[in-house]
Design a protein around this ligand. Sequence first.
Ligand SMILES: *[C@@H]1O[C@H](CO)[C@@H](O)[C@H](O)[C@H]1NC(C)=O
Ligand SMILES: *[C@@H]1O[C@H](CO)[C@@H](O)[C@H](O)[C@H]1NC(C)=O
Ligand SMILES: *[C@@H]1O[C@H](CO)[C@@H](O)[C@H](O)[C@H]1NC(C)=O
Ligand SMILES: *[C@@H]1O[C@H](CO)[C@@H](O)[C@H](O)[C@H]1NC(C)=O
Ligand SMILES: *[C@@H]1O[C@H](CO)[C@@H](O)[C@H](O)[C@H]1NC(C)=O
Length: 331
Amino acid sequence: MHSALSALVLSLPLAALARVHADSALHRRHTAIAHSRRNAYQLTDHFQGQSFFDDWEFFNQADPTGGYVNFLDQQAASQAGLAYVQSDNTTVLAVDDTTQLSVGQNRNSVRISSKKSWNGGLFIADFFAMPHGCSVWPAFWMVSSTAEWPNGGEIDIIEGVNNNQGNQITLHSGADCLLNSTIQTLNSSITNIHCASSPGDDPGCSYGLTDPRTFGHEFNMQAGGVYALEWQDSGMTFWFFSRDDIPCDITDGAPDPTSWGTPVAVFPNTGCDMASHFFNQSLVIDTTLCGDWAGPAYTGSGCPGTCQEAVADPTNFSVAKWMINYISVYQ
Ligand SMILES: *[C@@H]1O[C@H](CO)[C@@H](O)[C@H](O)[C@H]1NC(C)=O
Ligand SMILES: *[C@@H]1O[C@H](CO)[C@@H](O)[C@H](O)[C@H]1NC(C)=O
Ligand SMILES: *[C@@H]1O[C@H](CO)[C@@H](O)[C@H](O)[C@H]1NC(C)=O
Ligand SMILES: *[C@@H]1O[C@H](CO)[C@@H](O)[C@H](O)[C@H]1NC(C)=O
Ligand SMILES: *[C@@H]1O[C@H](CO)[C@@H](O)[C@H](O)[C@H]1NC(C)=O
């Protein structure tokens, strides 16, 4: 059953692309409306296609979150087939799914960071698929490139472990930052309000998303979708759109968050001074295994055996792949 599913997942991106093209007449109509808006967002960065890796650095040190992985440098990752761009312009970041390891050995994986960092803006990430499964801890996130963690902040846009259903969106910060929940969100609930984090105590402040299409297997079964983060002085607001629900203005490159309806997560600046807690944020995409979150959570996850046993078996990682359509940043 597992290999049939993975074949389906890997075939999804092209089907999804075909649908995007079929809708182009509709998109053009919506563009005309979006372009007439005042103060429209302007595209400043677009990461997609054959030059994708030019704008990212490969992190190749020990995993700071304690995972059983070797993060490969760019040359090694490329040679091992763990980081590449397909001919259809989809960028793939994979975990080694061929090497049988002995229990306790680390598995090869990839962690990349954008060379650029930001102090606000509108971030749009379109992924066709994401890693998931027993022992797997994928994350698409932002972290300060200039301050020592947690000062400067961390913004976790997509994150979860093992067979989780539903994404978790989390902020980590220095002292004196609370999630003040006064704004309505859709299909989510607050799991913690204390954003202040430290190495031994770092749940952060977070929303759990209840729609299974926001994470893992069910995300991939829909050919993924779009996560959007609008980061302003007034706070951070997140939306999720499953593949079939992506608004035309996003696909057209003229995004208008005021038209997107109720967000899935809002962190207003009423409980947290955003500008002093979050700055110089680089984008990061990685997949680790076990580590500080997936490890302790393994026992209650319904996965067989131990987390380290799962890492040893390459068949567990056939769907542990990020398939990235594009990431765009607007100001
Ligand atoms: C991939 O991107 C390049 C550069 O933007 C473009 O010329 C090419 O048509 C794209 N290929 C596909 C299959 O979309
Ligand atoms: C999301 O929330 C809306 C409104 O409460 C509800 O109708 C819908 O079923 C929810 N969707 C999911 C997938 O939970
Ligand atoms: C939370 O926000 C509300 C309204 O936005 C404000 O009245 C209240 O003082 C805030 N609470 C805290 C603890 O900042
Ligand atoms: C952000 O980065 C810039 C450029 O590296 C640096 O000059 C500035 O001090 C950093 N900001 C903070 C608050 O550390
Ligand atoms: C993952 O690895 C474990 C340990 O070897 C094994 O028991 C399990 O069947 C594997 N799961 C899948 C889905 O292949």
